[in-house]
Design a binder for this molecule. Structure first.
Ligand SMILES: [Zn+2]
Length: 120
């Protein structure tokens, strides 16, 4: 089994997880909206239950971005739409770094789990 095939399979598995939770996933060109100033490559929009992924990155990067955004869905969606989140996330770098690290760790564990169960 080639690595490329494995990554495709992993991406499909993540899309299925999102679909089962009614999360819409779209690939977009973030640089079109941010004019290249920001390095945003993924976003979970809680109010719309929507995940946006940068289209101009490799498939293995998309896999990690999608797993990371699913992490925000699982771990943070209860507080994402609160003023607390909005203030803390944009004013407290430690708060932001901790939440981002949590989503990264979730992504690593989810990908390790999927890799094992699908024997990818
Ligand atoms: Zn994040």
């Amino acid at each position: 089994m080639t690595l490329k095939y494995s990554v495709k399979r992993l991406y499909r598995a993540l899309l299925t997880l999102a679909e089962k939770r009614n999360i819409a996933v779209f690939e977009i060109k973030f640089s079109y909206f941010t004019r290249g100033k920001d390095k945003i490559t993924g976003l979970y929009c809680c109010s719309e239950n929507l995940i946006l992924i940068e289209q101009n990155v490799s498939l293995s990067k998309k896999v990690f971005i999608l797993a990371h955004e699913l992490g925000h869905y699982v771990l943070h969606r209860a507080i994402l739409n609160t003023t607390y989140w909005a203030v803390a996330y944009y004013s407290d770098i430690n708060f932001r770094d901790e939440r981002e690290s949590e989503a990264d760790r979730f992504a690593q564990k989810l990908l390790a789990f999927l890799t094992r169960i699908y024997e990818i």
